[in-house]
Design a protein around this ligand. Structure first.
Ligand code: KG4
Ligand code: ZN
Length: 362
């Protein structure tokens, strides 16, 4: 067996990204290039991602970004073993652009295509820089998702908890907006919170009952918005930002702690590893809170480097390489999916998440 060299393509939200990742036969991973073109400036005037603008921006830049990724890696199409493209879940116009591009490369160069679930990309993102063997407990916290998953192996996830309303990143973004901070709100709110006192505001600590590992951020968001409307000084704004961040971190740590105890029961004798991934994993306060939680419960702690927390194509290339190593490839007829739960069974069975016309949402 030779190493696998994958081109990864990511276009599911507001980043057009391409990367080349090499996975050696012993599992060692080398990121040969990772190019990310952010559309933040295009969406900022609207205070959030506008799907139509995102899709058009992906179309305009995808070929240049892929060319940059190959040239930064010092490779050509002939050096690739396969192409991995995000096929969902995400904003469908954008997903279609990246997947179509990936299919075109696969067809033109007779390469295998791997249609990657964006969430599986986040799930393996910490494995880009550290050897973290399966299984591990994953907290996936991004702008669109907030889930606790037992990751048993490649593409094998069991969902332990999910959000009943907003994702953690969405809560950051919406609270930031009510504080008048620019989009994207997470990093801006974290900055503002540095000067604030979290105890200055008593925001709701949401408990859904012992054993319930689901999340809910809508009450917190509403409470924070009410306080935000009555702010009279920049100091108060910083205090409210700090209190909001603290309340989000508390809830993430509370559910993670419970999940760790359940995970131990389900994995007797296994190494206890915890990984936090997704855009919100870039938050320093949340990282340090979860580091403590992991230590308290006997788990190792890992989080990807900051560049691989938010959306990137290196994680998509690695997820593709792990699948390709197992012979898991997809046909060129594979359709882009706006919704695509990692744990289909749990998503379908959850009474709190009616599937809707297009299938399970989370
Ligand atoms: O993973 P990601 O890039 O995209 C999705 O798949 O959703 O996550 C983006 C989310 C946004 O909601 C953003 O505000 C949040 O991650 N985020 C942060 C931080 N950096 C990004 N939230 C809190 N603190 C941060 N430092
Ligand atoms: Zn993401």
């Amino acid at each position: 067996m030779t190493p696998l060299t994958l081109l990864g393509i990511e276009t599911s939200c507001d980043e057009t990204a391409a990367a080349v990742v090499r996975r050696h036969t012993d599992g060692r991973v080398e990121v040969l290039s990772s190019i990310i073109a952010s559309q933040v400036a295009e969406h900022a005037p609207f205070g959030g991602v506008v799907p139509e603008i995102a899709a058009r921006a992906h179309v305009e830049s995808i070929d240049g970004i892929v060319a940059q990724a190959l040239s930064a890696a010092g490779l050509g199409y002939e050096d690739l073993s396969g192409v991995a493209a995000t096929a969902g879940p995400g904003l469908i116009g954008g997903v279609m652009v990246g997947l179509a591009f990936g299919k075109a490369v696969a067809l033109a160069r007779s390469l295998p295509l791997v249609a990657v679930n964006h969430l599986e990309g986040h799930a393996v993102s910490a494995r880009l820089t550290r050897d973290i063997p399966y299984p591990f407990l994953l907290l996936l916290v991004s702008g669109g998702h907030c889930q606790l998953l037992a990751v048993e192996g490649v593409g094998q996830c069991q969902r332990m908890g999910t959000t009943l309303d907003d994702a953690a990143g969405e809560a950051f973004d919406k609270i930031a907006k009510s504080l008048g901070l620019p989009y994207p709100g997470g990093p801006a709110l974290e900055n503002l919170a540095r000067d604030g006192h979290p105890a200055a505001y008593d925001l709701p600590k949401v408990r859904l009952g012992k054993g319930n590992l689901d999340f809910s951020f809508s009450g917190l968001k509403t409470a924070a918005a009410r306080h935000a409307a009555m702010l009279t000084s920049p100091e108060q704004a910083a205090d409210l930002a700090a209190a909001s961040q603290e309340a989000i971190a508390w809830q993430l740590a509370d559910r993670t702690a419970q999940a760790m105890e359940l995970y131990k029961l389900a994995h007797p004798g296994a190494g206890l590893r915890f990984v936090v991934a997704g855009g919100v994993a870039a938050n320093g306060a949340i990282r340090s809170r979860l580091t403590q939680t992991a230590q308290d419960h006997g788990f190792s702690f890992d989080a990807p480097p900051l560049v691989y927390c938010t959306d990137n194509a290196a994680m998509i290339a690695l997820a593709g390489a792990e699948r390709l190593a197992l012979g898991l490839t997809d046909p060129l007829s594979f359709a882009a999916r706006p919704r695509w739960p990692l744990d289909l069974a749990a998503a379908a069975a959850s009474p709190s998440h009616p599937a809707g016309r297009k299938g399970a949402k989370a």
